[in-house]
Design a protein around this ligand. Structure first.
Ligand SMILES: [Fe+2]
Length: 188
């Protein structure tokens, strides 16, 4: 079992990780989405990885192999990511507590990104990027409770590629805790 930390995992979490492991080379956007949507994962299953931080949303690794990585993220009210993509990896996430506000962006010719849609994901709902989405996720300031989500990346992403929004003042724009890369590198 490729668990990253020493803790007593629940049967539900073990089952979910076992399903990812069993997918092997068949791990795709569709199979990851199906496994995540079908899973009975609840907040209690990831409680050891819920680590709120006052300065930025937290990312805790649950498991990692060459094929996939599983992270739990905790977002206090007002915390969020800036616009980013997942470097071509499949990215699927499920809300385990709270409500996620997601904004999706399109990359413009001048290398800035423009918002094209917004939406909310509620507890139990699943979001998916099959490999071509630029988005930002945040826990809205008006919310009273932390947002907790579990994320699967397949394969693991080496870094979040971040972008600058044209209307930066309208986005939370907390810089990703992972490394930032220049657009010239992204487009090469
Ligand atoms: Fe993301």
């Amino acid at each position: 079992m490729p668990l990253a930390a020493k803790f007593e995992s629940t049967d539900t979490l073990r089952t979910f990780l076992g399903e990812l492991e069993a997918l092997g080379a068949r791990i795709t956007a569709g199979t990851v989405l199906e496994a995540l949507a079908r899973s009975q994962l609840r907040f209690d299953d990831v409680a050891p990885f819920v680590t709120p931080q006052p300065d930025r949303y937290s990312r805790r690794r649950v498991a990692r192999t060459e094929a996939y990585e599983v992270l739990v993220m905790t977002w206090l009210p007002g915390q969020g990511s800036g616009p980013h993509d997942h470097a071509g990896s499949v990215s699927a996430f499920k809300i385990l507590r709270g409500t996620a506000h997601e904004t999706r962006f399109a990359l413009a010719a001048d290398s800035l990104v423009d918002p094209i849609s917004t939406g909310e994901l509620h507890e139990g709902e699943v979001g998916l990027d099959a490999g071509d989405v630029i988005h930002a996720v945040r826990n809205d300031c008006s919310r009273k409770e932390p947002l907790v989500s579990i994320h699967v990346y397949a394969p693991p992403i080496p870094e979040l590629r971040t972008f600058s929004a044209r209307s930066a003042g309208a986005a939370p724009l907390m810089v990703s805790p992972l490394s930032r890369v220049a657009y010239s590198k992204i487009s090469s």
